[in-house]
Design a protein around this ligand. Structure first.
Ligand code: PMP
Length: 403
């Protein structure tokens, strides 16, 4: 056997649609933020102190001792029946749902990939909020879709701009995060949801509604999904996840849909991963059946609310005049636009040197980024740590003022 001599190391030819996407543009920022001594507001990392470890352990124990041989066996692509029943019960609080309408996924991230796999042709346009969740954009982009950003205001996507974009771009689908949006923390009021639904109904455009945060409400108000508005259920794929309510490590979520598309989703899911982990699905089913999840979510939300307050209060005096900052009523993120003359990406190195990190906002825009924006997660640190770190960020902002 002869191995041809060459000076160049072998390089795998990779798919063109992945070219330039070798890793997330945010990876280097997360690496920076993870440095010792840096208080990071960059990731949406739940405080591990808040995990309901005892109940999760009991649920795994129960599954392995009562359903052990099933838990360790292959399952079905649609998801384990018990979990689909529990998921349907939870979704039914705002949208009547049968277990047959649930497709289990390994977190909503896989849900987005499954949706893209099942629905998108290369060259299709997906309308997204401007700004929107970056990893959704990536899941759509690697399927060859072109993202077009639609203008938003404090109430979410602008229905008139949405209608205009639909007329201009003839999108395959619209992707929205109506509750406690990532990255802005904004929530679409009911009236706006109705206006958006009317536009989508008028133009027969399907909706991908991503709702991992809706239950993490600081006011107790959980908004009905757009999918629950008249006429919308059959044309919406609604994505939910256990990541923010129970654990992001377990990787369980689901898609709620109707009609023949459910079969296509199951085929796509089978092609990608056969099925989500059976042991994890059965554990989550048991957890949903036995845990006081509502009480747990109230506890977590109360802690996040306190931290939202701490972050908002610390930021108010250090933001420049003319800055715009959101005050989310739930979820994990707050969004600040520093305004004219500021570049949050450029400022980051100084911030990290001062021991504080955030996520520059430019990467969340499909086009025309506002480079003065930043996303700050308020879920990871205590109010005292938040106040101290934002004080240091304030000094950095002051140094960058008017550049
Ligand atoms: N959608 C949105 C809007 C998110 O913010 C996230 C998590 N950052 C996800 C989907 C994916 O979450 P998971 O895969 O953990 O369910």
């Amino acid at each position: 056997m002869t191995v041809p001599e060459t000076t160049a190391p072998f390089r795998f030819p990779v798919a063109g649609r992945y070219a330039g996407m070798a890793s997330s543009p945010l990876k280097s920022i997360f690496d920076l933020a993870a440095a010792a001594g840096v208080v990071s507001f960059a990731g949406g990392i739940p405080d591990p102190e808040l995990f309901d470890l005892g109940t999760v352990t009991a649920a795994y124990d129960w599954v392995l001792s009562h359903q052990g041989s099933r838990a360790l066996q292959y399952g079905v692509s649609e998801g384990e029946p018990e979990l689909r029943v529990q998921a349907a019960r939870r979704v039914s609080r705002t949208l009547p749902t049968d277990a047959s309408q649930i497709r289990v996924t390994s977190g909503s991230q896989e849900g987005l990939f499954v949706v893209a796999e099942a629905l998108l042709e290369p060259g299709d346009v997906v309308l997204v909020e401007s700004p929107t969740y970056l990893a959704a954009v990536q899941a759509f982009a690697v399927h060859g879709a072109r993202m077009v950003g639609v203008a938003t205001d404090d109430d979410g996507v602008d229905p008139a701009a949405l209608e205009e974009a639909i007329r201009t771009h003839h999108p395959r689908m619209v992707y929205l995060i109506p509750s406690f949006q990532n990255p802005t923390g904004r929530t679409m009021p009911l009236e706006r949801r109705r206006a958006v639904a009317e536009v989508l109904l008028r133009h027969e455009v399907p909706l991908i509604e991503d709702d991992p945060y809706g239950e993490l409400s600081f006011t107790g108000v959980v908004m009905p999904p757009i999918a629950s508005l008249p006429g919308m259920a059959e044309r919406t794929l609604l994505l939910n996840s256990m990541s923010k309510l129970m654990s992001p490590g377990v990787r369980i979520g689901w898609i709620r849909g109707e009609g023949p598309v459910l079969e296509t989703l199951a085929v796509a899911k089978a092609a990608i991963s056969m099925q989500s982990s059976v042991v994890d699905q059965l554990m989550v089913a048991r957890y949903l059946e036995t845990a006081e999840l509502d009480a747990h979510v109230r506890t977590v939300s109360a802690v996040y609310r306190e931290r939202r307050d701490a972050l908002a209060e610390a930021l108010a005096p250090v933001l420049p005049a003319g800055a715009h900052v959101t005050r989310p009523e739930g979820g994990m993120f707050l969004w600040a636009a520093l305004g004219e003359g500021y570049d949050a990406q450029e400022m980051l190195a100084d911030a990290v040197a001062a021991g504080v990190a955030y996520l520059p906002g430019w990467s969340f825009f499909a086009e025309d980024p506002d480079r003065s924006t930043m996303r700050l997660s308020f879920v990871t640190h205590s109010p005292a740590v938040i106040a101290e770190a934002i004080g240091r960020l304030g000094e950095v902002i002051a140094r960058h003022g008017g550049r």
